[in-house]
Design a protein around this ligand. Structure first.
Ligand code: ADP
Length: 499
C-alpha cells in the first residue's frame, strides 16, 4: 500500500514522548512488510540535522505562510523509508521542544504552526507537488494533524484518512477567533466539525473528520467513551464507535533489546539473566546509591505531569523506605514536582536517587538495572515503558488502566501457578493501592528468588514487537480504503465527509 504517515514527532528525528517512539517504529515495521509508507513532519532543526540525504523537492504557496513553504525529502535514519519535512522557518525553525517554550508554556502560534503543517500534508496527499506519488491512505496522529481529515474531505478523489488518538487529554484547543485567523473553510465551524463548546478543537476535528479512528490500546478505546476519560468528547466517540478500533502499540525491538543495547553495562537475555546484575550495580554507582545487590531496586521514568501519578509515588516514600529498598527516578516537567522530588532525595540519600532531565541513555540503563518499574498513571492510553521494562526483565508495577491493563498480567494465585504472571497491578489510582502492590512485589522478591526469576522470564518472553500490531493497522488501512472507494460509509458519516 501507499501510505502517508503524518506526525509531529518521530524518534530519532525528534522526541518528547511515546508518540515519537510509535511514529519511529510503526512506519518502519510497515515499510519492512513491503509498503511504500512515507513520513511527514515539520522541519524542526533537530529533524533536519538527523534526516539522511535531505534535498528540497518542491515549493508551496500556502495560506498562513508569508513565504513559500519548502518541502524537503530524505531518508529515515538507517532505513530506505522516505521522509518529507515541511520547511517553514518562521514556524518550525526553533530549537528545543516542538510544542512549548522554555518556561513550559505553549508556543503562542501553535494553531498557525499546525494548521500550516496540515495544509502542506493535504497538498502532499493530493500530489499537488508534482512528485507523481499519491497515497491511498493518510494516517494522522494526535491533535497536531487533526485538521487534515476535514481539509482533505473537501476534495473529491482524495485518499482515505485514519486518525490515531495517542492521548485525548492534549486536544489542541484554541479560542473561536483563531478559526477565522486560520481562514479555514466556514463549513468546518459546526457541531459536527471543529467547534467544541465555542472553541476550536483540533482533536475533535480529527475524530469527526476521519474515515476511521484508532487509539493505542483496546482498553483505552473503551475508556475514552466514558465521561471519566473522554474529556467531553465521549459523546462523539460513542457516536463513532463503529469506526473506532483499539490497537495495542508495539515497541521497537531493535532499539529496546537488552541483548544488543549499546548503552548498558552488560548485555543479557532470558538465558543469561545473571548478567543483569552488573547493570544494577553500575546504575547504583552512577546515581550515587550504595551498591546493594540484595535490595529491591524500584524505578520510574516519565514526564512529570499529573497523569503519570508521580505524586502517588511521593506519597508512599516514607512507608516504602521502611523496607530495605531503593528507588531511582528520571523525569522532567512540572517544576513543583521536580522540587518535591529533589527535596525527598536529600531525606533518603541511601535509598532515593532523582535525576531531573531528559536522558535517553540513562533511560536504557535504568530499564536494565532496576528490578521493578513503577507506573501508577491515572490513565495511560498505551504506555511503552512497561513493555520496555518487561523486555529488560524489570517487573512492572502498574495501575490497571488503558494499555497497562492490556499488557501486564497481575500476579495472583492462579497466574503464579500457571506461570502467566508478568507483574503487579492495582485497580484504583490511590497511594494505598500503589503501596500495597509495591509491598506485594517486595514480599515476592524476598520469599523466593526462584519464583521471582520465573516471573521475570515470563515477562521477557512476552512479544510486544510491532509485527502483530502493524499487521492489524494494515488490515484496517485496507478496510478503510475499501469503504471509502465503495462509498460505503454510513449515512451519519456522510455528514462529516460533507464538511
Ligand atoms: P508518554 O508518551 O505519555 O510520555 P510513554 O510511556 O508512552 O509515555 O512513552 C514515554 C517515552 O518517553 C518512553 O520511551 C520513555 O522512556 C521516554 N521518556 C519519558 N521521559 C523521559 C526522560 N526524562 N528521559 C528519557 N526518556 C524519557
Amino acid at each position: 500500500m501507499d501510505i502517508l504517515f503524518c506526525t509531529s514527532e518521530a524518534y530519532p528525528l525528534i522526541k518528547t514522548g511515546g508518540l515519537a517512539d510509535v511514529s519511529g517504529s510503526l512506519p518502519k515495521a510497515l515499510h519492512d512488510m513491503g509498503n511504500d509508507i512515507r513520513l511527514v513532519l515539520p522541519a524542526y532543526p533537530e529533524a533536519v540535522a538527523k534526516t539522511e540525504r535531505l534535498v528540497p523537492v518542491a515549493n508551496l504557496s500556502l495560506e498562513g505562510a508569508s513565504a513559500p513553504v519548502e518541502i524537503l525529502a530524505g531518508r529515515f535514519p538507517g532505513s530506505r523509508m522516505k521522509v518529507y519535512l515541511v520547511n517553514a522557518p518562521e514556524y518550525f525553525s526553533r530549537s528545543g521542544n516542538p510544542y512549548v517554550q522554555e518556561d513550559g508554556s505553549d508556543w503562542p502560534d501553535n494553531a498557525e504552526r499546525f494548521a500550516l503543517f496540515a495544509r502542506a500534508i493535504v497538498a502532499l496527499a493530493l500530489d499537488r507537488l508534482g512528485m507523481n506519488w499519491k497515497p491511498e491512505l493518510v494516517h494522522c496522529n494526535d491533535w497536531q494533524t487533526g485538521l487534515v481529515p476535514p481539509l482533505l474531505a473537501q476534495h473529491s478523489n482524495r485518499p482515505a484518512t485514519l486518525f490515531t488518538i495517542h492521548n485525548l487529554a492534549y486536544q489542541g484547543l484554541f479560542p473561536a477567533e483563531t478559526f477565522h485567523t486560520l481562514a479555514l473553510p466556514a463549513s468546518l465551524w459546526s457541531i459536527d466539525g471543529v467547534e467544541f463548546h465555542g472553541q476550536l478543537s483540533f482533536m475533535k476535528s480529527g475524530i469527526a473528520g476521519a474515515d476511521w479512528i484508532t487509539t493505542v490500546s483496546p482498553t483505552y478505546a473503551e475508556e475514552i467513551r466514558t465521561s471519566t476519560y473522554g474529556y467531553g468528547l465521549e459523546g462523539l466517540l460513542q457516536y463513532r464507535a463503529d469506526h473506532l478500533t483499539g490497537i495495542l502499540n508495539g515497541m521497537d525491538c531493535e532499539i529496546w533489546d537488552p541483548a544488543t543495547d549499546p548503552w548498558i553495562k552488560r548485555n543479557y537475555d532470558a538465558r543469561t539473566l545473571q548478567h543483569k546484575a552488573p547493570n544494577k550495580s553500575a546504575l547504583q554507582r552512577q546515581l550515587g546509591l550504595p551498591a546493594k545487590p540484595g535490595q529491591l531496586l524500584f524505578a520510574h521514568i516519565g514526564r512529570l505531569v499529573e497523569q503519570k501519578g508521580v505524586d502517588l509515588i511521593l506519597d508512599i516514600l516514607d512507608e516504602l523506605f521502611l523496607y530495605p529498598v531503593q528507588l531511582v527516578l528520571l523525569g522532567s516537567g512540572d517544576s513543583e514536582l521536580e522540587a518535591l522530588l529533589s527535596a525527598a532525595a536529600t531525606r533518603y540519600p541511601e535509598q532515593l536517587a532523582i535525576h531531573i532531565g531528559y536522558d535517553e541513555q540513562l533511560a536504557h540503563r535504568i530499564k536494565a538495572g532496576a528490578d521493578c518499574f513503577l507506573m501508577p498513571s491515572r490513565y495511560e492510553p498505551c504506555g511503552l515503558n512497561q513493555m520496555y521494562s518487561l523486555r529488560y526483565g524489570t517487573v512492572p508495577v502498574v495501575h490497571r488502566t488503558g494499555g497497562l491493563a492490556d499488557s501486564v498480567n497481575d500476579l495472583n494465585e492462579k497466574t503464579a501457578t500457571d506461570y502467566t504472571a508478568t507483574g503487579f497491578s492495582f485497580a484504583q489510582d490511590s497511594s494505598e493501592e500503589l503501596l500495597d502492590a509495591c509491598t506485594r512485589a517486595i514480599d515476592y522478591f524476598r520469599t523466593s528468588r526462584v519464583d521471582w526469576w520465573k516471573l521475570v522470564i515470563t515477562g521477557m518472553r512476552e512479544n510486544f514487537c510491532w509485527s502483530e500490531s502493524a499487521g492489524q493497522y494494515l488490515d484496517l488501512y485496507i478496510h478503510t480504503c475499501n469503504l471509502v472507494r465503495a462509498g460505503m460509509l454510513e449515512t451519519g458519516e456522510s455528514e462529516y465527509l460533507a464538511l
